[in-house]
Write a new protein. Structure first.
Length: 306
């Protein structure tokens, strides 16, 4: 029996209509029908075949992990797996071709010789300039060299002046140090993300807390592929809903007024989320559970200090 027929029978046994299943899984009806008929080419991409089948199976009471393993030959291979295989082959070919590295190392002796020549020329020029400087200095009057006068009062005055100068310098340094210590301001605590509650089950829903957040909180979302994405603030206002692709990336959302924000990510490995400069790490293994649901509480540093 094909996987589509297996899913359809389970749905009909549970007396679940396609419209009801669409509401539960948030998957369009035409994609659900394509899965039942085995027309995986109609789906948005190969990756979504596994994700949609997993959501369908969980909704009709089947074990999605066992189902995917049993029918793995029918399900299209994901782009991530193909990319991994290509990377390994490309890396292997690159390691077996040492010609480029050898060519680079062959230039090192030449570079060393050029640097030595430049150093020698610079040293010769420097000594030549010193010689010209010594020759151009004024001649010393021999009569003045023979006339040496000793005056103890002048020596005492010079010593007293030097002590006064040292005292003034020390006083100035002390004043500068005091001013610097008064000018220093306490460092502001940096934003930090912590896991409050880690989600569980086939569709994990986790809660995180962003402490010491700034007054102007911004979320940045980036992807090089595509992923289903829903973002809502604490008032239930939708900030984004739909397929998020590389053409939409990067997407910046203003969360300055939000106390809490909700993320529903359809393909967690393909989506990077940064809030207030802190990268969001999915609490649950993103490769095993590609569908991730996150609540993030925003605690601003200004509110915590008050």
């Amino acid at each position: 029996m094909e996987i589509g027929l297996r899913l359809k029978e389970a749905r009909e046994e549970n007396k679940i209509s396609l419209e009801s299943l669409q509401e539960t899984t948030k998957i369009q009806k035409r994609y659900l029908e394509a899965i039942e008929q085995g027309n995986f080419h109609i789906l948005p991409g190969k990756f979504y075949a596994r994700a949609f089948i997993k959501e369908y199976a969980n909704a009709v009471g089947l074990d999605s992990t066992e189902l995917l393993e049993e029918y793995k030959d029918e399900i299209p291979q994901t782009e991530a797996e193909s990319s991994t295989q290509y990377t390994q082959i490309h890396r292997s070919r690159k390691d077996n071709n040492p010609t480029k590295n050898t060519a680079i190392f062959s230039f090192i002796p030449t570079i060393i010789v050029v640097l030595l020549v430049i150093g020698i020329v610079f040293a010769a020029w420097y000594f030549y300039q010193q010689t010209l400087s010594n020759d151009s200095s004024e001649p010393v009057d021999p009569q003045n060299d023979n006339e040496v006068t000793y005056n103890p009062d002048e020596n005492n005055q010079d010593e007293e002046q030097a002590e006064d100068d040292n005292s003034d310098a020390s006083s100035d340094e002390t004043d500068e140090e005091n001013n610097d210590s008064q000018a220093e301001e306490p460092e502001q605590p940096q934003p930090k993300l912590t896991v409050v509650e880690e989600g569980a089950g086939s569709r994990p829903e986790s809660t995180l807390a962003l402490d010491n957040a700034s007054d102007n909180v911004t979320a940045t979302l980036e992807t090089s592929a595509k992923s289903w994405l829903e973002v809502e603030n604490s008032d239930g206002e939708s900030l984004f809903s739909g397929m998020f692709t590389a053409d939409d990336s990067p997407l910046e959302l203003d969360l300055s007024e939000a106390e809490r924000v909700w993320f529903r990510v359809g393909s967690a490995p393909d989506l990077s989320i940064t809030i207030d400069g802190v990268e969001v790490k999915y609490p649950v293994d993103e490769n095993e559970y590609v569908l991730q649901k996150l609540w993030i509480n925003i605690n601003k540093a200004s509110a915590q200090s008050n």
